[in-house]
Design a protein around this ligand. Structure first.
Ligand code: GTP
Ligand code: MG
Length: 242
């Protein structure tokens, strides 16, 4: 199939959209009729701190970073309902997927979205002040309803962060896969290839994994530097695990 047809992007329907029952509206705006794109993967995800931190790694150290993690993890919109802490993660596929979804989503800041692109999804979002312990306003948080990958390389990284190969029908795969050549275990930020008490087996021998994950795991297992962190590889395998 032509490479253009396989182009993919990641969308997250964030906790503010879920809380305001905007899921149907978002799906309708992004539907094949409006976007020309197809679903390649879709799941309801309880977002762990590890997954949130890896997803937003480029914003580490910024003033709004802690509230960004709290926001995507659902802690802000459902402070007393941990069972409601989830997002909907979707892979859309088709020509110009990244550009089309970014256009329908609109500008990052909902106020700018309302000014510059009335009718876009993020025009329905809101901007919330961030206060320090004394109640002084130290910044702002943008509750903008959805996430959408910004570039092709960002889309590839994010899809491989949120989805396992088997979450996506094989004929829709845009990234290379490989069969796991070992049992891989994780405990306290460390990788093991034999069972360690208290560790979790996140990838058994024979399961299908992203090729780039297998390459990273082999390097990390040898104590060598890898192109991505161990957490980036592990996070998707632990999605919705207790
Ligand atoms: P996403 O689709 O969510 O990735 O948004 P984006 O690509 O339009 O923006 P970016 O990746 O730069 O930022 C990710 C998220 O961080 C945004 O959705 C905002 O919630 C938040 N954010 C980004 N820049 C700022 C900023 O300057 N101030 C504040 N308060 N929040 C920001
Ligand atoms: Mg972004």
């Amino acid at each position: 199939m032509a490479k253009k047809e396989l182009e993919q992007t990641l969308v997250l329907i964030k906790p503010d959209a879920l809380k305001n029952s905007l899921t149907g509206y978002v799906l309708s705006q992004l539907s094949e009729f409006h976007s020309g794109l197809r679903f390649a993967g879709l799941k309801v995800v309880h977002v762990s701190n590890m997954l949130a931190d890896e997803h937003y790694f480029e914003h580490r150290g910024k003033v709004f970073f802690p509230s960004l993690l709290e926001y995507i993890m659902g802690n802000l919109h459902y402070p007393n309902d941990p069972e409601k802490h989830r997002v909907i993660a979707i892979v859309y596929q088709g020509p110009d997927a990244v550009k089309k979804i970014r256009s329908i989503a609109g500008p990052t800041n909902p106020h700018v979205a309302r000014d510059e692109k009335p009718g876009c999804i993020r025009a329905l979002g809101t901007v919330v002040p961030i206060k320090d312990a004394e109640g002084k306003v130290v910044g702002e948080r943008m509750d903008n309803l959805i996430h959408a990958s910004a570039t092709d390389s960002e889309a590839e990284r994010e899809i491989k962060l949120w989805f396992k190969p088997n979450d996506i029908p094989p004929l829709m795969h845009a990234n290379k896969t490989e069969t796991s050549d070992a049992y891989y275990y994780f405990k306290e930020s460390r990788l093991y290839t034999t069972h360690e008490p208290g560790s979790v087996c996140f990838l058994p021998l024979g399961d299908v994994a992203w090729k780039s994950d297998m390459e990273a795991l082999r390097l990390i297992a040898k104590g060598l530097p890898a192109p991505c962190s161990l957490e980036t590889v592990v996070a998707k395998y632990l999605i919705n695990e207790k």
